[in-house]
Design a protein around this ligand. Structure first.
Ligand SMILES: Nc1ncnc2c1ncn2[C@@H]1O[C@H](COP(=O)(O)OP(=O)(O)O)[C@@H](O)[C@H]1O
Ligand SMILES: [Mg+2]
Length: 242
């Protein structure tokens, strides 16, 4: 693991009306690191990563990306820099083709605003081959792919657009044990591809096998930031419910 910092969030504050949801949180992610962002429901995890992905603006604090101060005015700006947030439900559009999914929200447009279908088919097949996923056709609907293939499509998309960091917010919340296993395999393949990952969850058991480090939030404050070797599930559980 490289030690260089990819993300550095400093003294982040967020209020929703009178509710002080983040109270001066410092949060870093290093290159090729998998960070488990954990804490009970309502702790502020989603709010923190929504700030990182440009959905919310912090009321106070700074975000540094790859050594430069950044200010995101939209999710698109964060994505352009390489912060790819995969939300549980909207990760892929099941009723669209593989090709359309690789380019979702970023269609290659020809003059007059038409989507260049030929180009997105060719490019998406190339992106999939690069990660070793050889699908019969990029015209297949996501619905007909296996879970592993779907994650391959999500990964291909992130890599194609130069993502440096993948953020997964509660990716395992409603999954079976077998499906959880698939998500963990996905995270491994993302890390092996040289990216960093933030894995947000309230379930330590889901993230423990894969995380290099844990950051614990409680009522809007960071109460622990520990390497996996230096802690245990028991210790983290105590912190989370304290
Ligand atoms: N858009 C919003 N407007 C008002 N309150 C919000 C909003 N988003 C989150 N909250 C509140 O902020 C707190 C932290 O929420 P959240 O970041 O979603 O926590 P977590 O992801 O750790 O469960 C909760 O009390 C939640 O109700
Ligand atoms: Mg949440």
């Amino acid at each position: 693991m490289e030690n260089r910092e990819l993300i550095n969030m400093i003294n982040i504050h967020k209020w929703f009306g009178a509710l002080h949801v983040l109270k001066g949180v410092n949060f870093t992610v290093r290159c090729k690191e998998v960070v488990g962002l954990v804490g009970d429901n309502g702790a502020g995890k989603s709010t923190l990563i929504k700030i990182l992905s440009g959905y919310h603006k912090p009321d106070e604090g700074e975000i540094w990306f790859n050594g430069r101060r950044v200010i995101f005015n939209s999710p698109k700006e964060a994505r352009m820099l390489g912060i790819e947030t995969v939300y549980q439900d909207q990760a892929l559009a099941p009723h669209l083709t593989v090709a359309r999914n690789v380019f979702l929200g970023r269609e290659v447009v020809r003059s007059m605003g038409f989507v260049d279908a030929k180009k997105i088919k060719e490019e998406s097949m190339k992106a999939l081959e690069k990660i070793g996923l050889n699908l019969r056709s990029s015209d297949l609907l996501i619905n007909f792919l296996s879970g592993g293939e779907r994650q391959g499509v999500a990964l291909a998309r992130a890599l194609y657009f130069g993502a440096r960091l993948i953020v997964l917010d509660e990716p395992t919340a409603s999954l079976s044990i077998k499906e959880c296993q698939k998500v963990l395999e996905f995270v491994k393949s993302v890390r092996d591809a040289g990216l960093s990952v933030i894995f947000v969850t309230h379930n330590l058991y889901h993230v423990c096998p894969i995380a290099d480090r844990f950051v614990v939030l409680s009522r809007g404050e960071k109460i622990a930031d520990v390497k996996k070797e230096e802690t245990s599930i028991e210790e983290l559980t105590k912190l989370i419910i304290s």
